[in-house]
Design a protein. Structure first.
Length: 87
């Protein structure tokens, strides 16, 4: 996605209030590098082919597994005192 397209999509999300409804959607669609998506997918036990999919194209089960995995990683980082991971 080009920077201009990401900016336009972010503005649309803002207008629709999607950031408040699902912050993971904005992170997945606009902020995550492909390697971060791949890492979450592999850790969640999902196929890496989903890496190119937008958040809305993932199944509810896949989105749930990715969210659970992200929370697990955050919990371990907090437990180990690794700084730099926002809440």
């Amino acid at each position: 996605m080009t920077p201009a397209a990401a900016t336009a999509l972010r503005q649309c999300y803002s207008i629709l209030g999607a950031e408040k409804k699902d912050p993971m959607r904005c992170a997945w669609d606009l902020e995550m590098a492909p390697r971060d998506r791949r890492y979450l997918l592999k850790t969640a036990g999902l196929p890496c082919e989903l890496m190119a999919s937008g958040w809305d194209r993932l199944t509810p089960e896949a989105r749930s597994r990715i969210r659970y995995t992200a929370r697990r990683i955050k919990a371990w980082a907090d437990r180990l005192g690794i700084p730099g991971i926002p809440a």
